[in-house]
Design a protein around this ligand. Structure first.
Ligand SMILES: Nc1ncnc2c1ncn2[C@@H]1O[C@H](COP(=O)(O)OP(=O)(O)OP(=O)(O)O)[C@@H](O)[C@H]1O
Ligand SMILES: [Mg+2]
Length: 239
């Protein structure tokens, strides 16, 4: 198993926001984590990444217990994180934003076909190539999302945690971001744990789905199983 999350308990002050949460991502999988507002989806990603500390439970990545690792160490271990708010640098060019994704400033052997280089990013994101010299602040929301994803790939992650990548985007950009995630997973072989409100996008990408109720996983199954289970959809997703 690439990622094993076991029995996490996470608190914000007194508020117990993850209550024994467990999930797995296998090598090569794209797994969707879905649920209504405030259930704890973002907190799950943040706890895996070490941005929020859990009180108990374990995060095992490629067989190593990385529980409690600070974010830069989780990144070094091979996990990329694309937060909801994207956090690109508005004053820096697209190119410089991408360069900042190289962990520890170390450029790995560019002849290794598995290593992400700026050129390889540009081949998956032609829009970023076109706009390589522009400052981040001039990009559209969708282009900023592409840049945030591209930048995280520069760290050569084996697992990407992506939080609400299509939120607030125009329909055409929703489709483009969706397609880029599919390509990164299928062609580049990067496993993805995706939090996504757009059910259509999520189900069109995912191999497997976890649905969150308040602070816990309420359901897990294949996309096919979820499609055929109206009761579960009504309980955890539909309003
Ligand atoms: N920094 C924080 N301090 C205190 N409470 C927080 C903090 N961040 C989130 N919460 C609370 O923790 C719970 C889980 O929040 P989280 O952001 O993980 O949910 P979510 O499933 O990602 O929701 P959304 O779909 O709205 O993004 C919510 O009740 C939220 O109000
Ligand atoms: Mg969230």
């Amino acid at each position: 198993m690439l990622l094993e999350v076991k029995d996490l308990n996470t608190f914000y002050g007194e508020s117990h926001v993850l209550q024994g949460l467990s999930l797995n991502v296998a090598q090569g999988e794209l797994v969707a984590l879905l649920g209504r507002n405030g259930m704890g989806k973002s907190t799950t990603l943040k706890t895996i990444m070490g941005l929020v500390k859990s009180k108990s439970g374990h995060v095992i990545f490629e067989g190593t217990d990385i529980t409690g690792f600070p974010p830069y160490k989780a990144a070094q271990a091979g996990i990329g994180y694309v937060p909801e708010e994207r956090r690109i640098f508005p004053e820096l060019s697209v190119y410089d934003n991408l360069l900042l994704g190289i962990k520890g400033g170390k450029i790995k052997n560019p002849n290794d076909p598995n290593v992400w280089t700026i050129d390889r990013i540009y081949s998956h994101f032609p829009k970023l190539k076109e706009r390589c010299n522009q400052q981040g602040r001039f990009l559209s929301g969708g282009e900023q999302q592409m840049l945030a994803i591209g930048r995280s790939l520069m760290g050569n992650p084996r697992l990407l945690l992506v939080d609400e990548p299509t939120e607030g985007l125009a329909p055409i950009m929703v489709q483009e971001v969706r397609n880029v995630l599919e390509e990164i997973n299928k062609k580049a072989g990067v496993s993805i744990l995706l939090v996504e409100h757009n059910l259509k996008v999520a189900l069109s990408l995912a191999h497997r789905v976890y649905l969150m109720g308040k602070a816990h996983i309420g359901y897990q199954g294949s996309v096919e199983e979820l499609r055929n289970n109206q009761d579960v959809r009504a309980k955890y997703l539909e309003v």
